[in-house]
Design a protein around this ligand. Structure first.
Ligand code: AGP
Length: 604
């Protein structure tokens, strides 16, 4: 997730912007920049990598008088992490910073290029400043030009724009990406994409709502709502606890990241779903020329999303698919054929075992694709093609939103390949695309659900172990639920295909064996139900997760009646994530930094 800061006033604008960007480092970034308009002159600096590189570039830059400045830390979604792609982006006489994704940027960019505009970057953001200046040349009125520009944008955005056409002013717009404005005792104004940069400066803040836009000048804050009616700022007192502010008030980053899944999955979808078509503009479809098989390779949670993909690829794309655990694949002298597309999956893009398998595939002459959350990571740089999951930085060691966005990408990719292979009817494709659009709704956390899971969790703090069981694509979800619980509660848990119980594991059944049973209504329900009844009949304690009432369960966590098993998958994913979170919290563990674990395993 990118970070945005802005300031307008007489204090040291450069320092305020740089300090603000430092407060946003926890969000993760790969480049940064600032632009300051002082006395009608712009000064702008950008740097790739850590903020210290930007500080080095600005060390001789002094701001002493009244100025308007904007700053940005970039988490690459469109275009590599380079200085040219870093924000702020310049038009002729204006700068812009932006967080989010402009879904119709390609269409706007094409028209602007036809009008003779020269683009310097590969980003969607740069479209905003050129579109503004195009509108300014027609309206001659900066506010009207800004209003028209915002009307023309589709997608999610938090925008700050400064222009020589209206010097002592910062224009803003917010839709789908967070942003707030704060005021200090001297009535000076501060902008940021989250609370932390304003702590220690602003005494009161106004959190913009979706559709809000307007401008801030030396003596006023003018806000218009989405109906273009002027509205008064609604000021709140700013929290003073930075760490709590970084967690947006949640108890742990993992909890925050579970709640973020709805928004980040919406980002994952942006620009990739058209009415009846899945589009990936990150690579050419020729990547799949000559490909008859897909082999996926990963570790841990990423392995679980890869295992999920095998069901989707074979069911929709009708392509032979297999999955490997990277640490095993590395040393078993595998047979690799050039008609296989080798796909590695990694949140960090740095996991040693997975990276080594990617090198093996490249050395064997296979085409390679990486599904990753961190642009410019080792795997992204090495693979032939990359699909970014756009989950934003994931601070919790126990992965949640990375898994959710990986499975989302795989669902889209299975349809993309099906389009290429013409292995899916148009009607079915349209139905699947409309289901995918529903994922952000499916993963929204309802208070009632979270409260219920909090209450139930008190019963699962001991016992001699957990089975998480599921059939078909719910088996990888069972594995993922078991891993989540192990990682942060330190209780033993195993994921199993439901149908395996009678082949040995059921010997463990007794009241101290807790079975978390995934019972989707729309996929093999009756078979899964009878497997659970085998355990229940032997007095195992059952916690059933289903849209269908199940009277043989000791605990029952309801999900909504969904149109499709994949939406049940995502709802149950949230349940098992929250269950492990609440059990771990009751046990007093450090949810975000569990013992013995690291966020990225860069060693064998
Ligand atoms: C997930 O909760 C774990 N932290 C771990 O299994 C992780 O998924 C694994 O180490 C792979 O990491 P990667 O996705 O960054 O490659």
């Amino acid at each position: 997730m990118c970070g945005i800061v802005g300031y307008i006033g007489k204090k040291n604008t450069k320092e305020i912007l740089l300090e603000g960007l430092k407060e946003l480092e926890y969000r993760g970034y790969d480049s940064a920049g600032i632009a300051v308009l002082e006395n009608g002159n712009f000064s702008s600096f950008k740097a790739v990598g850590k903020l210290i590189n930007l500080e080095e570039k600005t060390k001789d830059f002094i701001t002493e008088k009244f100025a308007a400045g904007i700053g940005h830390t970039r988490w690459a979604t469109h275009g590599k992490p380079t200085e040219l792609n870093a924000h702020p982006h310049l038009g002729e006489s204006s700068y812009v910073v932006h967080n989010g994704i402009i879904e119709n940027y390609a269409q706007l960019k094409e028209k602007l290029i036809n009008d003779g505009v020269i683009f310097l970057s590969q980003t969607d953001t740069e479209v905003i400043v050129h579109q503004f200046e195009k509108n300014l040349s027609n309206t001659k009125d900066p506010l009207k030009a800004f209003e028209k520009t915002i009307d023309e944008l589709e997608g999610a955005y938090a925008i700050l724009l400064v222009t020589k056409a209206q010097k002592d002013t910062i224009f803003f717009a917010k839709n789908g990406s967070p942003m707030l404005v704060g005021v200090d005792e001297d009535n000076e104004k501060y902008f940021a994409s989250s609370d932390t940069p304003l702590i220690g400066h602003a005494t009161k803040v106004n959190y913009f709502e979706d559709g809000d836009w307007g401008y801030v000048s030396n003596d006023k804050i003018v806000i218009f709502d989405k109906e273009k009616k002027e509205k008064k700022p609604t000021f709140k007192t700013l929290s003073t606890n930075k760490l709590s502010a970084q967690k947006d008030g949640y108890r742990f980053f993992m909890e925050k990241e579970i709640y973020e899944q709805s928004n980040v999955i919406a980002d994952t979808l942006l620009g990739r779903l058209h009415d009846n078509e899945v589009i990936f503009d990150e690579f050419d479809k020729s990547l799949f020329d000559g490909i008859n098989e897909i082999k996926l390779c990963a570790c841990g949670t990423s392995y679980h999303s890869a295992l999920s993909a095998t069901y989707l690829f074979e069911r929709y794309a009708k392509i032979k698919t297999s999955v490997e655990i990277a640490s095993e694949f590395r040393y078993r002298n595998p047979i690799m054929t050039k008609d296989t597309l080798f796909v590695v999956i990694s949140q960090s893009g740095e996991t040693a075992d997975t990276l080594e398998t990617l090198k093996m595939a490249k050395n064997a002459g296979l085409k390679t694709l990486v599904i990753c959350n961190v642009d410019n990571s080792s795997m992204v740089r090495l693979a032939d093609a990359c699909i970014l999951t756009r989950a934003g930085v994931e601070k919790g060691v126990a992965s949640t939103k990375a898994f959710a966005t990986q499975v989302t990408v795989f669902w889209m990719l299975s349809l993309y390949i099906a389009q290429l292979k013409k292995s899916i009817e148009i009607k079915e494709l349209a139905k699947q695309i409309s289901l995918i659009r529903h994922i952000p709704t499916s993963v929204k956390v309802a208070d009632t659900l979270h409260e219920k899971i909090k209450r139930i969790s008190k019963r699962y703090l001991h016992g001699h172990g957990f089975f998480f069981i599921g059939r078909d694509i719910f088996f990888p979800l069972a594995l993922e639920g078991a891993l989540k619980l192990k990682e942060i509660s330190y209780l033993h848990a195993e994921g199993y295909p439901s149908g395996e119980m009678k082949h040995g594991p059921i010997a463990l059944a007794d009241p101290e064996l807790f079975t978390i049973a995934l019972l989707p209504q729309h996929l093999l329900y009756d078979k899964a139900k009878s497997n659970v009844e085998e355990l229940s009949a032997r007095d195992s304690t059952i916690c059933a997760i289903s849209a269908m009432e199940f009277d043989k369960a000791d605990d029952f966590i309801p999900i909504s009646t969904c149109q499709d098993y994949m939406l049940e998958f995502f709802e149950m994913m949230v349940v098992v994530q929250l269950l492990s979170l609440e059990i771990s919290i009751r046990l007093g563990n450090d949810v975000d930094m569990p013992r013995n674990l690291a966020k990225s395993v860069t060693v064998e």
